[in-house]
Design a protein. Structure first.
Length: 259
Protein backbone atom coordinates (compact mmCIF):
# COMPACT_ATOMS: atom_id res chain seq x y z
CA UNK A 1 0.00 0.00 0.00
CA UNK A 2 1.30 3.38 -0.95
CA UNK A 3 1.30 5.87 1.92
CA UNK A 4 -0.41 8.78 0.16
CA UNK A 5 -1.19 10.57 3.39
CA UNK A 6 2.42 11.20 4.24
CA UNK A 7 2.89 13.22 1.10
CA UNK A 8 0.69 16.13 0.54
CA UNK A 9 -1.80 18.65 1.72
CA UNK A 10 -3.47 21.30 -0.43
CA UNK A 11 -4.34 24.69 0.99
CA UNK A 12 -6.27 27.11 -1.22
CA UNK A 13 -5.82 30.75 -0.34
CA UNK A 14 -3.11 33.04 0.81
CA UNK A 15 0.04 31.52 2.23
CA UNK A 16 0.16 31.87 6.03
CA UNK A 17 3.21 33.11 7.84
CA UNK A 18 6.26 31.01 7.10
CA UNK A 19 6.97 30.56 10.79
CA UNK A 20 10.62 31.25 10.01
CA UNK A 21 13.07 30.33 12.73
CA UNK A 22 14.71 33.63 13.68
CA UNK A 23 17.98 31.85 14.39
CA UNK A 24 18.20 30.56 10.81
CA UNK A 25 18.04 32.95 7.84
CA UNK A 26 16.75 32.13 4.37
CA UNK A 27 19.07 32.04 1.36
CA UNK A 28 17.63 32.28 -2.15
CA UNK A 29 18.12 31.21 -5.76
CA UNK A 30 16.15 32.70 -8.65
CA UNK A 31 15.31 31.05 -11.98
CA UNK A 32 13.02 31.77 -14.91
CA UNK A 33 9.76 30.64 -13.31
CA UNK A 34 10.84 29.87 -9.74
CA UNK A 35 12.47 31.45 -6.74
CA UNK A 36 13.77 29.02 -4.14
CA UNK A 37 14.32 29.97 -0.50
CA UNK A 38 16.31 27.50 1.56
CA UNK A 39 17.68 27.11 5.08
CA UNK A 40 21.35 26.88 6.03
CA UNK A 41 21.51 23.06 6.29
CA UNK A 42 20.00 22.42 2.86
CA UNK A 43 22.71 21.25 0.40
CA UNK A 44 23.17 23.66 -2.51
CA UNK A 45 23.27 20.81 -5.03
CA UNK A 46 19.78 19.80 -3.82
CA UNK A 47 18.62 23.38 -4.35
CA UNK A 48 20.07 23.48 -7.87
CA UNK A 49 18.51 20.12 -8.76
CA UNK A 50 15.19 21.36 -7.39
CA UNK A 51 15.42 24.44 -9.61
CA UNK A 52 16.30 22.45 -12.74
CA UNK A 53 13.61 19.85 -12.09
CA UNK A 54 10.97 22.43 -11.25
CA UNK A 55 11.50 24.28 -14.54
CA UNK A 56 11.16 21.02 -16.51
CA UNK A 57 8.20 19.71 -14.49
CA UNK A 58 6.40 23.04 -14.73
CA UNK A 59 6.07 22.67 -18.50
CA UNK A 60 5.34 18.94 -18.35
CA UNK A 61 2.54 19.37 -15.80
CA UNK A 62 0.84 22.12 -17.83
CA UNK A 63 1.08 19.95 -20.96
CA UNK A 64 -0.12 16.88 -19.05
CA UNK A 65 -3.27 18.76 -18.06
CA UNK A 66 -3.79 19.75 -21.68
CA UNK A 67 -3.33 23.41 -20.80
CA UNK A 68 0.09 24.27 -22.22
CA UNK A 69 -0.77 25.02 -25.85
CA UNK A 70 -4.01 26.91 -25.27
CA UNK A 71 -3.02 28.61 -22.06
CA UNK A 72 -0.09 29.69 -20.06
CA UNK A 73 0.51 33.05 -18.45
CA UNK A 74 2.01 32.49 -15.01
CA UNK A 75 2.90 36.09 -14.18
CA UNK A 76 4.68 35.62 -10.88
CA UNK A 77 7.50 33.25 -10.04
CA UNK A 78 6.48 30.22 -8.00
CA UNK A 79 8.20 30.29 -4.62
CA UNK A 80 9.60 27.11 -3.08
CA UNK A 81 10.60 27.13 0.61
CA UNK A 82 12.92 24.27 1.56
CA UNK A 83 13.23 23.64 5.29
CA UNK A 84 16.21 21.96 6.94
CA UNK A 85 14.35 18.74 7.77
CA UNK A 86 10.93 17.34 8.60
CA UNK A 87 10.97 18.72 12.14
CA UNK A 88 11.78 22.20 10.86
CA UNK A 89 9.07 21.85 8.21
CA UNK A 90 6.46 20.89 10.81
CA UNK A 91 7.54 23.24 13.61
CA UNK A 92 8.54 26.38 11.70
CA UNK A 93 6.60 25.63 8.52
CA UNK A 94 3.39 25.04 10.44
CA UNK A 95 2.55 21.76 8.65
CA UNK A 96 0.90 18.52 9.73
CA UNK A 97 3.18 15.74 10.95
CA UNK A 98 1.81 13.41 8.25
CA UNK A 99 2.49 15.97 5.50
CA UNK A 100 5.69 15.81 3.43
CA UNK A 101 4.95 18.74 1.17
CA UNK A 102 2.44 21.58 0.88
CA UNK A 103 1.14 23.78 -1.93
CA UNK A 104 -0.53 27.14 -1.35
CA UNK A 105 -2.06 27.59 -4.78
CA UNK A 106 -3.22 31.19 -4.63
CA UNK A 107 0.10 32.35 -3.16
CA UNK A 108 1.95 30.17 -5.72
CA UNK A 109 4.07 28.78 -2.90
CA UNK A 110 5.39 25.30 -2.11
CA UNK A 111 6.88 24.10 1.18
CA UNK A 112 9.13 21.04 1.43
CA UNK A 113 12.36 19.66 2.90
CA UNK A 114 15.29 17.62 1.47
CA UNK A 115 14.70 14.11 2.87
CA UNK A 116 11.33 13.55 1.19
CA UNK A 117 11.41 10.16 -0.52
CA UNK A 118 10.64 10.58 -4.21
CA UNK A 119 10.70 14.37 -3.98
CA UNK A 120 11.57 14.98 -7.64
CA UNK A 121 9.28 12.29 -9.09
CA UNK A 122 6.34 12.60 -6.71
CA UNK A 123 6.12 15.59 -4.37
CA UNK A 124 7.38 18.34 -6.65
CA UNK A 125 5.18 17.49 -9.68
CA UNK A 126 2.22 16.92 -7.34
CA UNK A 127 2.50 20.34 -5.75
CA UNK A 128 3.05 21.98 -9.13
CA UNK A 129 -0.12 20.22 -10.27
CA UNK A 130 -2.07 22.03 -7.56
CA UNK A 131 -0.69 25.42 -8.59
CA UNK A 132 -1.09 24.96 -12.36
CA UNK A 133 -4.60 23.52 -12.01
CA UNK A 134 -5.86 26.29 -9.73
CA UNK A 135 -4.13 29.02 -11.71
CA UNK A 136 -6.08 27.77 -14.73
CA UNK A 137 -9.57 27.21 -13.31
CA UNK A 138 -9.35 30.15 -10.88
CA UNK A 139 -9.73 30.36 -7.12
CA UNK A 140 -13.47 30.96 -7.02
CA UNK A 141 -14.32 27.59 -8.55
CA UNK A 142 -15.86 25.24 -5.99
CA UNK A 143 -14.14 21.91 -6.63
CA UNK A 144 -14.17 18.84 -4.34
CA UNK A 145 -10.87 18.29 -2.58
CA UNK A 146 -10.72 14.71 -3.89
CA UNK A 147 -10.80 16.03 -7.45
CA UNK A 148 -7.98 18.51 -6.84
CA UNK A 149 -5.85 15.93 -5.08
CA UNK A 150 -6.51 13.36 -7.79
CA UNK A 151 -5.48 15.84 -10.47
CA UNK A 152 -2.28 16.57 -8.56
CA UNK A 153 -1.51 12.87 -8.06
CA UNK A 154 -1.94 12.35 -11.81
CA UNK A 155 1.10 14.60 -12.32
CA UNK A 156 3.33 12.22 -10.37
CA UNK A 157 5.58 9.88 -12.33
CA UNK A 158 4.06 6.83 -10.60
CA UNK A 159 0.55 8.33 -10.84
CA UNK A 160 -1.78 5.93 -9.02
CA UNK A 161 0.63 3.16 -7.98
CA UNK A 162 -1.33 0.81 -5.73
CA UNK A 163 -4.36 3.09 -5.43
CA UNK A 164 -6.89 0.78 -7.07
CA UNK A 165 -5.80 -2.13 -4.87
CA UNK A 166 -6.27 -0.02 -1.73
CA UNK A 167 -9.75 1.03 -2.84
CA UNK A 168 -10.76 -2.56 -3.68
CA UNK A 169 -9.62 -3.68 -0.23
CA UNK A 170 -11.64 -0.86 1.35
CA UNK A 171 -14.71 -2.02 -0.61
CA UNK A 172 -14.25 -5.61 0.58
CA UNK A 173 -13.79 -4.49 4.20
CA UNK A 174 -16.75 -2.12 4.18
CA UNK A 175 -14.49 0.92 4.62
CA UNK A 176 -15.03 2.46 1.18
CA UNK A 177 -15.94 6.16 1.23
CA UNK A 178 -18.55 7.00 -1.46
CA UNK A 179 -17.88 10.06 -3.59
CA UNK A 180 -20.72 12.05 -2.05
CA UNK A 181 -19.16 11.63 1.38
CA UNK A 182 -15.65 12.04 0.00
CA UNK A 183 -16.76 15.38 -1.49
CA UNK A 184 -17.55 16.72 1.98
CA UNK A 185 -14.24 15.67 3.50
CA UNK A 186 -11.44 17.98 4.56
CA UNK A 187 -8.02 16.98 5.87
CA UNK A 188 -6.63 18.51 9.05
CA UNK A 189 -3.44 18.19 11.07
CA UNK A 190 -5.14 15.77 13.46
CA UNK A 191 -6.92 13.67 10.80
CA UNK A 192 -6.40 9.94 11.34
CA UNK A 193 -3.56 8.65 9.16
CA UNK A 194 -5.54 5.67 7.81
CA UNK A 195 -8.35 7.99 6.73
CA UNK A 196 -5.82 10.26 5.03
CA UNK A 197 -4.29 7.29 3.18
CA UNK A 198 -7.70 6.07 1.97
CA UNK A 199 -8.71 9.58 0.94
CA UNK A 200 -5.64 9.95 -1.29
CA UNK A 201 -5.97 6.44 -2.70
CA UNK A 202 -9.59 7.01 -3.66
CA UNK A 203 -8.77 10.44 -5.10
CA UNK A 204 -5.98 8.96 -7.21
CA UNK A 205 -8.13 6.07 -8.41
CA UNK A 206 -11.23 8.05 -9.41
CA UNK A 207 -9.39 10.82 -11.28
CA UNK A 208 -7.18 8.29 -13.06
CA UNK A 209 -10.37 6.50 -14.10
CA UNK A 210 -11.92 9.73 -15.36
CA UNK A 211 -8.88 10.65 -17.46
CA UNK A 212 -7.88 7.25 -18.84
CA UNK A 213 -11.28 5.52 -19.14
CA UNK A 214 -13.67 8.41 -19.76
CA UNK A 215 -11.26 10.36 -21.96
CA UNK A 216 -8.68 13.16 -21.75
CA UNK A 217 -10.77 15.38 -24.04
CA UNK A 218 -13.77 15.15 -21.75
CA UNK A 219 -11.57 15.84 -18.75
CA UNK A 220 -10.27 19.01 -20.41
CA UNK A 221 -13.84 20.07 -21.17
CA UNK A 222 -14.69 19.55 -17.50
CA UNK A 223 -11.78 21.81 -16.51
CA UNK A 224 -13.07 24.45 -18.92
CA UNK A 225 -16.53 24.31 -17.34
CA UNK A 226 -15.00 24.68 -13.87
CA UNK A 227 -12.98 27.64 -15.15
CA UNK A 228 -16.29 29.24 -16.13
CA UNK A 229 -17.48 28.80 -12.52
CA UNK A 230 -20.00 26.09 -13.36
CA UNK A 231 -20.72 24.08 -10.16
CA UNK A 232 -18.92 20.73 -10.15
CA UNK A 233 -22.01 18.49 -10.25
CA UNK A 234 -23.55 20.57 -13.04
CA UNK A 235 -20.28 20.59 -15.01
CA UNK A 236 -19.99 16.83 -14.57
CA UNK A 237 -23.44 16.23 -16.11
CA UNK A 238 -22.85 18.78 -18.86
CA UNK A 239 -19.70 16.97 -20.03
CA UNK A 240 -20.66 13.37 -19.16
CA UNK A 241 -24.35 13.29 -20.02
CA UNK A 242 -24.95 9.89 -18.39
CA UNK A 243 -23.83 11.19 -14.98
CA UNK A 244 -26.83 13.05 -13.65
CA UNK A 245 -25.29 13.13 -10.17
CA UNK A 246 -21.98 12.37 -8.50
CA UNK A 247 -23.60 9.12 -7.36
CA UNK A 248 -23.76 8.04 -11.02
CA UNK A 249 -20.02 8.67 -11.39
CA UNK A 250 -19.45 6.77 -8.15
CA UNK A 251 -21.34 3.74 -9.48
CA UNK A 252 -19.51 3.75 -12.82
CA UNK A 253 -16.18 3.90 -10.99
CA UNK A 254 -17.18 1.01 -8.71
CA UNK A 255 -18.32 -1.04 -11.72
CA UNK A 256 -14.95 -0.43 -13.33
CA UNK A 257 -13.02 -1.45 -10.23
CA UNK A 258 -15.08 -4.60 -9.78
CA UNK A 259 -14.76 -5.59 -13.42
Amino acid sequence: MRNWGLSLILIIGSCPLLFADETDTWQSMRGQDFEIFYKSNVPEDFVQTTMDTAEDEFKRVADNLGLFEKYWSMKDRIKIYIYNDHKDYVTNGGQAVWSHGAAFAQAKTIKAYPEIAGFFDTTLPHELGHIVFRDYIGFEAAVPLWFEEGVAIYQEKAKRLGADAVVKTAIENGQFIPLMRLSDMRLYKNTNGQIVDLFYSESASIVYYMITELGEHEFNLLCDELKNNVPFAEALHKVYLRFHTINDLNQAWLDHLQG
